[in-house]
Design a protein around this ligand. Structure first.
Ligand code: NI
Length: 170
């Protein structure tokens, strides 16, 4: 397995729309394993392939406290269950150290393929539902800062650009 570098906002590559996976083969499984390692190492609860500059519809997640429940979503789709929304504070491995409340559907039904290419569905609520919607957005080139006011988004962009300059200068 290999740990992969994560793109950070405002990198334009994060705006790429990902293409569907046609066959879940060994190459895709290797990608999944590398993404899980990268996500766990970065202490995240979700990672989309877009974030490691691979523009295919692959997401990994684990919202457990002890990294014991990896979830693999290949070609995910979700449908809201009801129209109730709630606010949760979200972070993103591509926007480190910034958090903001984002409205998302409280409950969704997820349809996806697993690591073996088998179709599955599950009903998700709360944090898991938020995470599914957040990661799905990545595959569409959308980031949580897009839900904020232009003022807040610009503030985060400037802080991120400063961070990248400091990293380059170091
Ligand atoms: Ni994210």
């Amino acid at each position: 397995m290999a740990k992969l570098p994560i793109l950070e906002f405002p990198d334009e590559r994060l705006r790429t729309k990902a293409a569907p996976v046609e066959t879940v083969d060994d190459e895709v499984r290797q990608l999944v394993d590398d993404m899980l390692e990268t996500m766990y190492d970065a202490r995240g609860i979700g990672l989309a392939a877009t974030q490691i500059d691979v523009h295919r519809r692959v997401v990994v997640m684990d919202i457990s406290d002890d990294n014991s429940q990896p979830l693999v979503l290949i070609n995910p789709r979700y449908t809201p269950i009801g129209d109730e929304k709630d606010l949760l504070s979200e972070g993103c491995l591509s926007i480190p150290e910034h958090y903001a409340e984002v409205p998302r559907f409280l409950k969704v039904q997820l349809n996806a393929l697993d690591r073996n290419g088998e179709a599955y569905e599950l009903e998700a609520e709360g944090l898991l539902a938020h995470c599914i919607q957040h990661e799905y957005d990545h595959l569409e080139g959308v980031l949580f800062v897009d839900y904020l006011s232009p003022l807040k988004r610009d503030r985060i962009r400037k802080k991120m650009q400063k961070r990248h300059k400091q990293m380059q200068d170091a």
